[in-house]
Design a protein around this ligand. Structure first.
Ligand SMILES: CC[C@@H](C(=O)O)C(=O)SCCNC(=O)CCNC(=O)[C@H](O)C(C)(C)COP(=O)(O)OP(=O)(O)OC[C@H]1O[C@@H](n2cnc3c(N)ncnc32)[C@H](O)[C@@H]1OP(=O)(O)O
Length: 305
């Protein structure tokens, strides 16, 4: 992305962050390109490898975001962390968008940070900068006005497990494993995964998963409420993705602006204090009341005498 593109991206991110959650200074500071975030961007660029691929399907409104570094079990290189931010920024302004499926390449989800990068970014200050960078990106991913799904085939480890929590839903294939391996690394989650996990499964289950570095299989994940559906399909990635998109079907039926408005009011209800959530709901309601979808629906309703 060009510098002006990056600046625009950060400007859009600022506006969307401000409109969505006034007090989230971390995201705003990061998005204004404060010197702090430029320091980590330069350091992350020193770690190449892999890619974050984005395919936006205009006809269905479903985007597929692929963590693509199969030689490293889709571990995040530094450049992939930067690319993820750019892809999220792209999706923030995709007006035809309804959903995004986050998946890994070659039958695995993601093995977290590239350990070679982890070894090189070993000092606490840079480690915290990398964490803040990824926390901001994953917060923006979760706040996208799109219904998001992590499609977990194979292993989702460490930061990869955290990435699954930054999506609205998680679907797993029968061979899938979600494991917060951080304890084995002498770490705790740093990409926001602990905070989100508590919100998804509750503090006791989160404590078990983190302190036990539990290898969570699909059925246990389903019982715990971390996994929304188990996909039993054995004929490869394409069929698995088709099943995942089929699962999304009922939730994305309708005009993109309405689907996006629904996600926005759910995000504000999930994150904001009641009064602010109600205000956001009113504002979003105002964008669809009397809009094309509303007027079309009214026109189809029989007039009552
Ligand atoms: C905030 C969290 C964040 C952070 O602190 O920055 C993290 O996510 S830390 C990293 C967390 N992830 C891990 O600890 C997983 C590391 N990987 C493994 O333990 C093993 O690969 C495995 C997942 C148990 C699988 O083992 P196995 O089946 O034997 O396969 P390989 O080990 O041979 O893996 C194939 C290939 O992939 C490379 N690989 C796997 N994970 C990573 C990674 N996270 N970083 C870099 N490279 C990774 C592995 O080295 C192999 O490559 P080759 O040795 O070149 O074949």
């Amino acid at each position: 992305m060009s510098v002006c593109g990056a600046a625009r991206c950060r400007w859009i991110q600022t506006r969307s962050a401000v409109s969505l959650l006034q007090q989230n200074r971390t995201v705003r500071r990061h998005s204004t390109g404060a010197p702090e975030s430029n320091v980590i961007r330069e350091k992350l660029q020193a770690f190449p490898g892999g890619s974050i691929d984005l395919q936006k399907r205009q006809e269905s409104g479903i985007a597929v975001l692929t963590v693509n570094n199969p030689a490293r079990m889709n571990a995040f290189s530094g450049c992939m962390m930067l690319e993820l931010e750019q892809r999220v920024c792209e999706l923030e302004t995709w007006t035809e968008g309804k959903a995004v499926v986050v998946k890994g390449a070659a039958g695995n989800f993601c093995s977290g940070s590239d350990l070679n990068a982890v070894r090189a970014i070993a000092n606490p200050q840079d480690g915290m900068r990398m964490c803040e960078f990824m926390q901001n990106t994953l917060t923006r991913l979760l706040r996208l006005p799109l219904i998001s799904m992590a499609l977990v085939e194979g292993r989702a480890l460490g930061g990869g497990a955290e990435l699954t929590t930054a999506c609205d839903f998680r679907l797993m294939t029968s061979d899938g494993v979600i494991q917060f391996v951080h304890k084995h690394m002498g770490l705790v989650p740093g990409w926001g995964g602990a905070a989100r996990l508590v919100g998804i499964v509750g503090s006791q289950n989160a404590l078990k998963l983190l302190s036990g570095a539990v290898k969570l299989d699909p059925d246990c994940g389903r019982q715990m409420g971390l996994v929304d559906e188990v996909l039993h399909c054995s004929s490869g990635e394409a069929e698995t993705l088709a099943h995942a998109e089929q699962w999304l079907g009922p939730f994305i039926k309708g005009p993109a602006p309405v689907i996006q408005a629904i996600k926005k009011v759910v995000v504000s209800g999930r994150e904001l204090p009641l009064e602010q959530a109600l205000k956001t709901e009113r504002n979003v309601f105002g964008t669809v009341w009397g809009g094309p979808a509303n007027l079309q629906a009214l026109a189809l309703k029989p007039k009552h005498k």
